[in-house]
Write a protein that binds this ligand. Structure first.
Ligand code: FE2
Ligand code: FE2
Length: 420
């Protein structure tokens, strides 16, 4: 029986950060083998990279030359994104019934694990290992640890954290440098540090990542070079105003202001809360049919109750859209958007801020107890969350509307946390 680690990704290009994770996983988990598994690129992302799958495969093979325990697997790369992780894991465990698998993912993916297609089927077939940087804030580590414990109990499986130290290498940054015709010394140095020598030679020889088809992503990436928060807000607002109808846009601004105020009160970065507030409903303009289509296209799982009330999907679609169309990479913002309608047990501070701001922002006027909840939000946030959940469930029950199971579970969780 072998212990096999699986490290998936687009690997465009594979870099030393990936190899570092591979080595750490091999050592820390006592693996026998580590499989690098490049994925197929989903159709909606294809124009982002004119680098072929054969290039990505070739680079992976060059990269692992020095790692005798590593292999490159082609199980996923030849499909065009229709390969779900649960399918791959089920296939592999059938092929290798004697072996045990460790599926390695990043911490962003760990936070979004529930929204993967059939997370329970993945967790049933492998130990899930999240690679995290140990130099992170203590509270973040604590939060991740809590999340793994919660998942382990929920999925009856093992979720582990893998300490990968601090290696800040990003494929996006590598591609950005490679796209430029000329590099500064600093940029040249970054490439040498970030890429295995043979991979860098391959890229140069094949002139990869150098054409203007990359404009689309750089537009999003350039957004991140924010000069002032104000400028960044304006960019986001301009785009939102185009997409949303006027009343929804007003609501969005209300949520952003309220979220920023709550952030000030509870010592959370105000700018982050403001951006999360602005984007929380960024997919709200879509019709039910469009939401279903969007989620399917982006491989987002749709539950039965979401099929019944597709409007619920605007949170899931919104998190995806915030990432794709607005260039948001902060996992806390994406998580807060994902759970802004239903909440989830054990929400982090930003989740609670956005969830509450959505309910109490100044344009809201229909809900009962608004004055009381508004006041409570600024004194006892958990209690405000619990009150909102209680009132929401009550409303759904009275009007006979579809009750999402996550809202119910979240209420049970917060009910225990606070006594009303
Ligand atoms: Fe919403
Ligand atoms: Fe909203």
């Amino acid at each position: 029986m072998k212990k096999i680690g699986i490290l998936g990704g687009t690997f465009s290009p594979v870099h030393n950060g990936h190899l570092y994770i591979a080595k750490e996983a091999y050592q820390q988990l006592g693996l026998d083998e580590l499989w690098l598994m490049p994925v197929g690129i989903p159709p909606h992302k294809q124009q982002e990279t004119a680098v072929t799958r054969y290039d990505r495969l070739a680079m992976c093979r060059l990269a692992i030359k020095e790692l005798p325990f590593a292999r490159v697997r082609e199980d996923e790369i030849h499909s065009d994104g229709a390969n779900y992780t649960y399918q791959t894991m089920e296939y592999l465990t059938k092929q290798y019934p004697e072996d045990s698998f460790y599926f390695i993912l990043g911490e962003d993916s760990l936070r979004m694990f529930r929204s993967w297609m059939h997370p329970e089927r993945i967790a049933a077939k492998a130990t899930i290992v999240a690679a995290v940087r140990s130099m992170q804030h203590e509270y973040k580590m604590k939060q991740l640890k809590q999340l793994t414990e919660e998942y382990s109990a929920f999925y009856h499986s093992r979720f582990l954290l893998l300490d990968t130290g601090f290696k800040d290498i990003s494929s996006t940054q590598i591609r950005r440098i490679l796209e430029k015709a000329e590099h500064t010394n600093e940029e040249g140095e970054y490439l040498l540090q970030a890429l295995p020598n043979e991979v860098l030679s391959y890229i140069k020889e094949h002139r990869l990542y150098q054409s203007s088809y990359m404009d689309g992503i750089y537009e999003a990436a350039d957004d991140k070079k924010e000069i002032t928060p104000g400028k960044r807000y304006k960019q986001l607002q301009k785009k939102l105003q185009k997409d949303l109808k006027p009343s929804r846009y007003q609501h969005t601004l209300g949520v952003a202001y309220t979220a920023a105020s709550l952030a000030m009160r509870y010592g959370y970065p105000m700018e982050v809360a403001y951006v999360a507030g602005l984007l929380h409903d960024c997919a709200k303009y879509m019709t039910p049919q469009e939401l279903i289509k969007y989620c399917k296209k982006h491989d987002l799982a749709i539950t039965d109750s979401e099929y019944e009330s597709p409007q619920l999907l605007h949170a899931k679609a919104g998190a995806c859209k915030a990432q794709e169309d607005y260039g948001i990479t902060d996992p806390e913002i994406l998580h807060a958007i994902l759970y802004h309608t239903t909440g989830c047990p054990g929400m982090n501070l930003l989740d609670k801020i956005i969830f509450t701001a959505d309910y109490i922002e100044p344009n809201r006027c229909e809900a009962p107890r608004l004055t009381e909840i508004r006041r409570t939000a600024f004194t006892k946030l958990d209690q405000a969350v619990s009150m909102i959940l209680f009132d929401t469930l009550q409303y759904l029950q009275e009007t006979g509307k579809n009750m999402d199971e996550t809202t119910q579970r979240t209420y049970e969780y917060y009910k225990k946390e606070v006594t009303l």
